[in-house]
Design a binder for this molecule. Structure first.
Ligand SMILES: [Zn+2]
Length: 466
């Protein structure tokens, strides 16, 4: 079956005007067979039987036409001497998977220099210099606020003014932000038009479990998951929501993985609070049964935080996506390699790099596990992968197929199926956590601001929250 994304030819769409004809156009309101005319990088018209002299016609008969996917959660590696091309290759991989815009973090481990890691403004400068001209798709930064920085809260207004209105803070890890600083950061960001994204796990629950495991000599990969129970995420999620309430601030909860945390978000939303939540494809498609594999080289591929959860959590997350408790699916792409950052044979579990790749497989996994299996409709998929990310992250020119928006389009063929294989992927990791899974549908073409991949250079996006 020719569903592999590896053998596409990107060239040939360079034309002053383009008409995408005969496809089923999907928006968050529904789907309809329509033509789309594109000029100057934007959508100019949507309607039946559009014609234009000299325009190139892209026949999308039988295809779904989706807005380009916006992945707001990635940890791309910045270019440096050791990894000169991984930023470019991973953003190209994103495009192969149907993603036309990424937001990335500059947390420790992404190659940010220690000096730039100590200041938000220095971090932004370094990010812009090192990524200039490196991405085929549009991209932006969500800056990481860490306990290693001298005065991150004081720098928030300047970052927001510079077009970086979203910030990630961690409640765990050695670079976490102390609770009192986290609440102050929420307050300051909100007053200046910004929003915090928070990694919710409670170290007061996790740290003693890790210490106990190590004392008993339980150092294997699977103890990573066993020492990070869902309770640690549920408790931290409630705590972060309470902080946001006191700070009168919006809050975006990243990579929500379990039912306990989902309930906390549902309650906050029912109270009318501006709490937004994201889950990730791995929490929707994989379970903690994988941690029982006796092969450490398999288990280490799923050493992520939070860890994979139970089948019941997976079901709860799909319901949460469907009923609006969850707003976004982001990949949490970490381009780790087994022969690089992860290290095989595995070190004791606290030393294992947390993360797994997903930048290229986001749309495939959500379509296959969600739409093809009848758990969400295709319009809802577009909402959580494009429209909501654009709305929540200050990207008004993106996220929907509407006249005047950027012509970022994915031509998606819903018919073919194939097995996911690392060998077919373009990302810079040397594995995929979805190896061997059956996938439904395939990307046929990706258009970024009216052009094919490789015909345009992605730009750094300055953002303002609505
Ligand atoms: Zn992450």
């Amino acid at each position: 079956m020719g569903g592999s994304p590896g053998d596409r030819d990107w060239g040939g769409i360079l034309t002053p005007e383009l008409i995408v004809a005969g496809g089923t156009v999907v928006t968050s309101d529904g789907k309809q067979e329509m033509d789309i005319s594109v000029a100057d990088g934007q959508i100019k018209a949507i309607g039946p039987d559009l014609i234009a002299d000299g325009a190139r016609i892209l026949d999308a008969t039988g295809m779904l036409v989706l807005p380009g996917i916006i992945d707001v959660h990635t940890h791309l590696r910045l270019p440096d001497a050791e990894h000169p091309d991984r930023f470019r290759r991973d953003t190209l991989a994103a495009a192969h998977g149907g993603t036309t815009t990424v937001l990335t973090f500059n947390n420790p481990g992404t190659g940010i220099s220690a000096e730039a890691g100590r200041s938000l403004l220095a971090g932004l400068d370094e990010f812009q210099v090192r990524t200039a001209g490196e991405s085929p798709i549009d991209f932006g930064l969500s800056a990481v606020i860490s306990g290693h920085q001298a005065s991150p809260i004081g720098e928030l207004p300047a970052l927001i003014a510079a077009g970086v209105p979203t910030f990630k803070a961690f409640m765990v890890y050695d670079f976490r932000l102390p609770d009192e600083d986290l609440e102050q950061a929420m307050r300051t960001a909100a007053r200046h038009g910004g929003m915090l994204q928070v990694h919710c796990e409670e170290p007061a629950i996790i740290d003693p479990l890790v210490a106990d495991a190590l004392r008993m000599g339980q150092t294997g990969c699977r103890f990573h998951a066993l020492t990070r129970p869902s309770r640690a995420e549920g408790v931290a999620t409630r705590k972060a929501i309470e902080m946001a309430r006191r700070a009168e601030a919006p809050l975006y909860i990243v990579h929500l993985s379990c039912e306990e945390a989902l309930e906390a978000v549902a309650e906050a939303k029912a109270r009318g609070e501006p709490i937004h939540a994201e889950t990730c494809p791995h929490y929707l498609a994989l379970t903690d049964a994988l941690y029982a594999d006796p092969d450490e080289a398999e288990v280490i591929k799923r050493v992520i935080s939070p860890p994979l959860r139970t089948e019941a959590d997976v079901d709860a997350l799909w319901l949460g996506l469907r009923d609006g408790t969850l707003d976004v699916v982001g990949s949490d792409h970490v381009p780790d390699r087994l022969d690089g950052e992860k290290r095989i044979p595995a070190p004791p579990f606290p030393e294992i790099s947390n993360g797994a790749p997903g930048i290229e497989t986001l749309l495939s996994v959500v379509y296959s596990e969600g739409v093809a299996k009848g758990r969400i409709g295709v319009a809802r998929m577009v909402e959580v992968l494009a429209s909501n990310p654009a709305r929540l992250f200050g990207l008004p020119s993106k996220g929907a197929i509407e006249v005047g928006r950027d012509a970022d389009l994915v031509i998606w063929d819903p018919r073919p199926d194939h097995l996911m294989r690392q060998a077919d992927l373009h990302h810079t990791s040397d594995f995929t956590p979805y190896e061997g899974m059956r996938m439904q549908g395939a990307v046929r073409e990706v258009i970024i601001r009216g052009r094919g991949i490789g015909e345009t250079l992605g730009r750094f996006l300055e953002r303002r929250l609505a």
